[in-house]
Design a protein around this ligand. Structure first.
Ligand SMILES: [Zn+2]
Length: 114
């Protein structure tokens, strides 16, 4: 029998598995599967600090001669990035903790769907 009172439900993850050291795979309730590397997730970090940093980098790119400037990587950034933990947040997102210590990004499910 069909459920008549079923509300429209947002797509949510039904499975989360590690692929090796630095990748993660989401299985979604609609059957879709997305794979992310730690680096991809880190770059997509939606926290205020990362958004600010990204904006700064985009501005730099528009300045002439900026291509000659090489970014200086800290030791933590130079090491292979790993995902330390994925903590569910409020049933709509995950907080991702990275091996570089960054953990302020809250990734809503729709961001995690590529
Ligand atoms: Zn961030």
């Amino acid at each position: 029998m069909m459920m008549t009172k079923q509300r429209e439900m947002a797509v949510h993850p039904i499975g989360l598995s590690r692929l090796g050291d630095d990748s993660i795979e989401f299985s979604w309730s609609d059957g879709r599967i997305d794979q992310w590397t730690a680096m991809e997730l880190r770059k997509a970090c939606p926290c205020a600090t990362c958004r600010e940093k990204k904006r700064g980098e985009e501005q730099k790119l528009t300045m002439p001669g900026s291509a000659m400037l090489l970014p200086v990587l800290s030791r933590a950034e130079a090491a292979p990035l790993r995902i330390e933990a994925m903590d569910p947040v409020g049933g709509y997102a995950y907080r991702v903790r990275f091996s570089d210590g960054h953990a302020s990004g809250i990734y809503p499910f729709d961001l995690l769907r590529k």
